[in-house]
Design a protein around this ligand. Structure first.
Ligand code: SF4
Length: 560
């Protein structure tokens, strides 16, 4: 019997597994595996009442026909996420009122819809379909997220079935793109083509998605669950901050495979993932994913939403105990000990620019502004790629894109074509390194604007500091959440209200400095009292960078 919210104790395990459950009389952390099956908060209750996956039928047969006002609130603000749908912010509500209004006052009768793009891989046919949906149903919106997805806005409930039909006609979906389930899965955007690849993670990632997306055994996890697989030596999927990551490594006896990391995550209490010290052969990746995810489902904390991510369980148990439970209770065998991955020294772990592939062709990475594209631009990129002999593109975790498989003699022309669309193949460090979340334009939780601010900031910094050539990341969030990974940026900007010179509350940012992934991962330090208004932002960043340029020592890189 499969696990369901109605029957969580029925979680399937391999025949070899040895259940070790003991029922606690205390309320505890709300872990199913120790008998805490009674929902302990509203989210757990609505998940128990009905699986998020089941709302699709109601959308198709009822809500899309009767309109927005017919939608059950538990579906609207809960289960719709399992199909990639969030209500969007009502236009014109300023950030100061974000926390003061009831949901129905804050939300519009339109939706953000997230399309899951496994590993960021898209054919040009799929890209055209996304462009078409954007133009027909989303007022042209189509933002690239830092999880390689594409998000539409202004979607009407009436149009959702038609959007699904169009997306699914080309093999795309919005299934479990949000919600307490295995969300969009990251993969190296140059998997299978990069010359320096350790191992191609494509087949393993696709198999995880094929087996488990839409599987009711995993559609009620304690909270969101993020997966990443990369065999690139650049470790180009921010594996340190995913719940589960498989990263390419060569075992001295067994050859190329994957190093297993678990428990990364940002938001409140950010934590880097930890290694379990296990080497996973390619063929075993889906089974190991299932075992780890099952531990999270059954032992994850469900009492408090802000302790429900896997990172809290790992923090309490430690890697050794977690690995033991994975092996003994779920996998039914021991994992193979393995070496640690070599962390890349590069600060740019993206794929911007022109790069030779292992088959002699080239891939061309380019930078839109803070992930902002639109339907017509995506369609033009698809056409441009096809005109230059390519049928494939990919999205990256830096809100950028790549055209793959370009013959050598078509590269220059493709680069010219992209640049003509303001899609920079040789961007400034500011264009290359700036990301922004959705922000107040559409997000109900936002306090400040982000996308336009980020785009203007790029222009300003390019104008003011034309000679700056250091790798640099500037990540902008519209609220204290972490959708643009502010804690791991050189300069992280957390949207909030700040007091201006005249004592008025205005939009601005708490500044975090010195965050990084890679060789020396660190969370940015919140500099006490260091808050800037939105209007002051270019001046502030210019001052920081100028000071760095003036005072840097030989070879010193920007790490504020
Ligand atoms: Fe919305 Fe905040 Fe996430 Fe930005 S960081 S998208 S404002 S929840």
């Amino acid at each position: 019997m499969a696990a369901t919210p109605q029957n969580p104790a029925a979680a399937q395990k391999p025949a070899t597994a040895t259940p070790r459950r003991k029922v606690s009389r205390h309320r505890g952390e709300g872990q199913w595996a120790v008998g805490h099956l009674t929902p302990l908060n509203g989210a757990e209750q609505f998940k128990k009442d009905d699986d998020g996956l089941n709302v699709r039928t109601r959308i198709e047969t009822v809500y899309s026909k009767r309109g927005f006002d017919s939608i059950d609130p538990n579906d609207l603000r809960g289960r719709f996420r399992w199909w990639g749908l969030y209500t969007q912010r009502r236009q014109g509500i300023d950030g100061g009122r974000t926390g003061m209004l009831e949901p129905e006052e804050l939300e519009d009768k339109y939706f953000m819809m997230r399309v899951r793009i496994t590993g960021g891989r898209l054919t040009t046919e799929q890209l055209r379909a996304i462009g078409e949906v954007s133009e027909s149903y989303a007022r042209g919106t189509a933002d690239i997220t830092d999880r390689q997805n594409i998000q539409f806005h202004w979607v009407r409930i009436e149009d959702v079935p038609a959007i699904w039909e169009r997306l699914e006609s080309v093999g795309l979906s919005t299934t479990e793109a949000c919600g307490d389930c295995p969300r969009g899965m990251l993969g190296s955007p140059v998997a299978g083509v990069a010359e320096d690849e350790i191992i191609d993670g494509t087949a393993a990632l696709d198999e995880i998605a094929r087996r488990y997306i839409g599987d009711p055994r995993f559609s009620n996890l304690p909270r969101k669950y993020k997966t990443a697989v990369s065999g690139s030596p650049l470790l180009d999927v921010a594996h340190e901050i995913n719940d589960i990551s498989f990263v390419g490594v060569v075992h001295p006896e067994h050859g190329p495979g994957f190093d297993l990391w678990v428990g990364g995550g940002l938001s409140t209490n950010p934590k880097f993932g930890v290694r379990l010290g296990a080497w996973v052969p390619e063929a075993d990746v889906p089974d190991v994913w299932e075992a780890v995810t099952s531990v999270f489902r059954d032992y994850g904390y469900r009492r408090l939403r802000n302790r429900a991510r896997l990172k809290f369980l790992i923090a309490d148990w430690g890697a050794e105990k977690f690995r033991q439970v994975v092996e003994d209770e779920y996998l039914g065998r021991k994992l193979i000990d393995g070496p640690a991955v070599e962390m890349p020294a590069q600060r740019w772990r993206d794929h911007i620019g022109v790069h030779r592939q292992k088959d002699g062709r080239f891939y061309v990475g380019f930078a839109p502004r803070v992930g902002r594209m639109d339907g017509s631009l995506l369609t033009k990129v698809a056409a441009l790629a096809e005109d230059h002999g390519s049928g494939r593109v990919s999205t990256t975790v830096e809100q950028k894109m790549i055209v793959l498989d370009v013959p050598r003699d078509r590269v220059d022309s493709l680069v010219d074509g992209l640049e003509a669309l303001d899609l920079r193949v040789s961007p400034s460090p500011f264009r290359r390194g700036t990301m922004a979340c959705t922000g107040i334009e559409f997000c109900k939780l936002a306090i400040v604007e982000t996308k336009e601010r980020g785009s203007d900031l790029i222009d300003e910094l390019e104008r003011r500091l034309p000679g700056f050539d250091e790798p640099l990341t500037i990540n902008i969030n519209g609220c204290p959440n972490a959708c643009a990974r502010i804690q791991t940026a050189d300069i992280g900007l957390k949207g909030q209200l700040v007091t201006d010179d005249e004592g008025k509350q205005v939009g601005g940012y708490q500044v975090h400095l010195g965050g990084a992934l890679g060789l020396e991962p660190s969370f940015g330090r919140k500099v006490r009292g260091l808050k800037v208004t939105s209007d002051e932002l270019p001046d502030y960043i210019e001052r920081v960078l100028q000071r760095f340029q003036e005072e840097r020592e030989d070879g010193e890189r920007f790490a504020a």
